[in-house]
Design a protein around this ligand. Structure first.
Ligand code: TYD
Length: 210
């Protein structure tokens, strides 16, 4: 069996978490070995980098480098070995988030991010590691903000303005338009069951779940 790498993206408040959990359950029920992970994070060191990146104010390049440093560890320690074993890897955010948040939200130079992407995601065969499928939860920043306001204490990103999240959403749009075959866009402001139906349809469309 070949491994399957699926990432989940969207602005804060898009509501991806419950669907990632449900999808993990659906794959397990079909007997697939599965790794459920997240970025930044997924290894002890990457989780430490996450705590820094999400809670400390820092220079935009420092922030981008921390995201990619965490990603490199995560790829080497967790994602590549899992894919080599034939596991399903469900990853809550991956590199598209860096293009959306650091590139779009912060306005950081995307050509620098593209270079880092090439270095960090280089596979042993020389190719570029990307998810096989990226599910993008689409939602208007105002709707997402209303959802977040009732949730927990906001971290550094969650407390950003709606204008910031509009730039993040535009950043995701640009990535999705650039690689339409890799992305499945799901309308995230529907009732939860409808969102779940669309998530399942995207996975089934690839022939990965019965
Ligand atoms: P998130 O995935 O929303 O997790 P939780 O639901 O536990 O809050 O939080 C991760 C935050 O990190 C989110 O605000 C987006 C941000 N982020 C970046 O800015 N760049 C990145 O490359 C990644 C992976 C995440």
């Amino acid at each position: 069996m070949t491994g399957i790498f699926i990432s989940f993206e969207g602005i804060d408040g898009a509501g991806k978490s419950t669907h990632i959990e449900a999808l993990a359950q659906a794959f397990r029920e079909q007997g697939r070995a599965l790794v459920l992970t997240r970025e930044p994070g997924g290894t002890p060191l990457s989780e430490q980098l996450r705590a820094l990146a999400l809670n400390e104010a820092m220079d935009p390049l420092t922030e981008a480098l921390l995201m990619f440093a965490a990603r490199r560890e995560h790829l080497v320690q967790v994602i590549e070995p899992a894919l080599a074993r034939g596991d399903v890897v469900l990853c809550d955010r991956f590199t598209d988030a860096t293009f959306a948040y650091q590139g779009g939200g912060r306005g950081f130079d995307r050509s620098v991010l593209a270079q880092l992407e090439q270095w960090v995601q280089q596979r042993v065969d020389g190719g570029l590691r990307q998810p096989d499928l990226t599910i993008l939860f689409d939602i208007a920043p105002a709707v997402a903000a209303a959802r977040l306001s009732t949730a927990r204490v906001p971290d550094k990103f969650e407390s950003q303005s709606q204008a910031f999240f509009q730039r993040v959403a535009d950043g995701y749009d640009a990535r999705a338009s650039g690689e339409p075959a890799r992305f499945a866009r799901v309308q995230a402001d529907q009732p939860r069951e409808a969102v779940w139906r669309d998530v399942l349809a995207a996975i089934r469309g690839k022939g990965w779940l019965a």
